[in-house]
Write a protein that binds this ligand. Structure first.
Ligand code: ZN
Length: 84
């Protein structure tokens, strides 16, 4: 026999599953589960955005990495100079 609280929790979970969120990009309904994950768009729009973001990241990662690398070298050299 299940405890009443367990049943209530299951019911509220089912209700939450059924509730649909609205995509801010195309006004279509999408899974509320997806909204809980932090997405404000439907799967289709989210996929498009993810592709765009991936391309944007691929463009920007290399220079950012190089800069970080350069800064590391520079600060290491500075530390050496200070030590002298
Ligand atoms: Zn959408």
């Amino acid at each position: 026999m299940k405890e009443p609280s367990t049943i209530w929790r299951l019911l509220s979970e089912l209700k939450r599953e059924a509730k649909m969120a609205i995509c801010i990009s195309c006004d279509n309904e999408y899974s509320d589960k997806r909204r809980k994950l932090g997405y404000k768009t439907c799967l289709e729009c989210g996929g498009k955005a993810a592709k765009k973001e991936a391309a944007f990241r691929a463009k920007c990662t290399a220079p950012a990495y190089n800069k970080g690398c350069y800064m590391y070298v520079a600060s290491k050299r500075m530390a050496k100079d200070v030590g002298r």
